[in-house]
Design a protein around this ligand. Structure first.
Ligand SMILES: [Zn+2]
Length: 409
């Protein structure tokens, strides 16, 4: 009895302590068996401040500020957003720590997470000028850096890896040209209808774009935009379930509040972890596919980036998309397609979660950020990684060959 009492009291004491030291917050989560979202009260872990979102591993700030957002900030939505980002980053960090046998994870210093930041990233100055192309509806992970030595001392600064979440903005779909891969094209190319396969094979990509999206096709800026604007400039957005190629079926507005979509948070954190080999400032189909894979592995969802009421009307990416390989997927414009994700998901279905998680992580060491192709480098890197991580490489590589064969490789 005595011990029971001691136990009960220490339990009460401890829970009090936890309640005092880590305040609870409403955070947005997906429900277990659906993509619907809900708000739940959670305790945030590893906070180091009693007043603000400043923790052992993450500090959440607003815009260019370096001061953590306060718990009692007058902007309630900003507080919920900060708590949501902090919570999901904590989950992502635990996944990498517990699920993947990786030593790199310890080297990730404390990350500054910027919400509502519109500036472009500037390799030499951290933040580009406020007036230069303000950014919305995307997120980007930025590499550690410092200002050049020749700058005067009052302008010197350095920074660790950071993740930036841009403000959400409702954009008229017709005005989308020039801010990322044309979502219509991406959707067209991922539809499985015979007509569209026929179209894709008969006409080249630019012709499709001229037919369906003439203003977009005229804009030559896309490459620059992908490099600088963000890693999820646009997910497979706007035309959810577009069985129709008619413009009338396209949603009138597009918006994506990246800080309120759990898988976007996992995706960006994955870029940071993978960045020892894959540079964060480059967005290619292979690099994006790897980050998508871990976003889906952490989320445990078949569809990731699915719409979040009031925060995103993106259509999401399917882990089990049954598309066959096409050269089009190698183009940087296909960086938002779900093809690479579906290839990596096959690895998971063939070899199991644990092996696939480690194998995909190992594969990054065989890949080059800029030049890795899906058809050659990605497939080869997975087979090479299997030599190191598979329990029975000969048998497992045969299984992988078979799975890749079904994908049209
Ligand atoms: Zn990305």
């Amino acid at each position: 009895m005595k011990y029971v009492l001691i136990f009960a009291f220490s339990f009460l004491y401890l829970s009090n302590l936890i309640a005092q030291e880590s305040p609870s917050f409403l955070v947005l989560e997906r429900k277990t068996r659906s993509n619907k979202t809900t708000f739940r009260k959670v305790y945030l872990e590893d906070l180091e401040s009693a007043k603000s979102f400043d923790g052992k591993f993450f500090k959440i700030v607003k815009g260019k500020s370096n001061e953590a957002i306060h718990f009692d900030d007058s902007d309630n939505q900003l507080v919920t957003k900060a708590a949501t980002v902090y919570h999901h980053l904590t989950l992502a960090r635990k996944f990498w720590r517990d699920e993947i046998d990786a030593s790199v994870k310890q080297k990730i210093g404390k990350l500054i997470i910027r919400l509502e930041i519109k500036n472009l990233y500037d390799e030499l100055g951290h933040f580009a000028n406020d007036n230069r192309t303000p950014q919305f509806n995307n997120a980007v992970s930025i590499p550690a850096g410092k200002t050049p030595d020749w700058l005067p001392s009052d302008r010197q600064s350095q920074w660790n890896n950071e993740i930036w979440f841009r403000p959400m903005k409702k954009v008229e779909t017709k005005d989308l040209q020039g801010i990322g891969p044309n979502p219509l094209t991406v959707s067209l190319t991922t539809l499985e209808e015979p007509f569209l396969n026929y179209t894709r094979n008969q006409f080249n990509q630019s012709l499709i774009e001229h037919i369906f999206y003439p203003t977009y096709a005229a804009n030559p800026l896309w490459m620059d935009v992908i490099r600088f604007a963000g890693t999820i400039a646009l997910t497979k957005a706007v035309i959810e379930g577009s069985k129709h190629t008619d413009r009338l079926f396209i949603e009138k507005y597009y918006y994506l509040d990246t800080a309120m979509v759990p898988e976007v948070i996992y995706h960006e954190y994955a870029h940071v972890v993978l960045s020892d080999y894959l540079e964060m400032s480059h967005s290619t189909p292979v690099v994006e596919g790897l980050a998508d894979y871990y976003a889906a592995a952490i989320a445990k969802k078949k569809t990731i980036y699915a719409r979040v009421k009031g925060h995103s009307n993106a259509a999401g990416k399917e882990t089990q998309s049954r598309q066959n390989y096409s050269h089009w997927y190698e183009s940087n414009r296909a960086a938002t397609s779900d093809f690479v994700l579906s290839v990596l998901w096959d690895v998971r279905e063939v070899l199991g979660d644990k092996t696939a998680n480690e194998l995909v992580f190992e594969a990054r060491t065989h890949l080059n950020t800029n030049t890795a192709t899906i058809n050659h480098h990605l497939i080869q890197s997975i087979l090479d990684a299997c030599d190191m991580k598979c329990s029975s490489p000969r048998r497992d590589k045969l299984k992988l060959y078979e799975a890749f064969g079904k994908k049209g490789f």
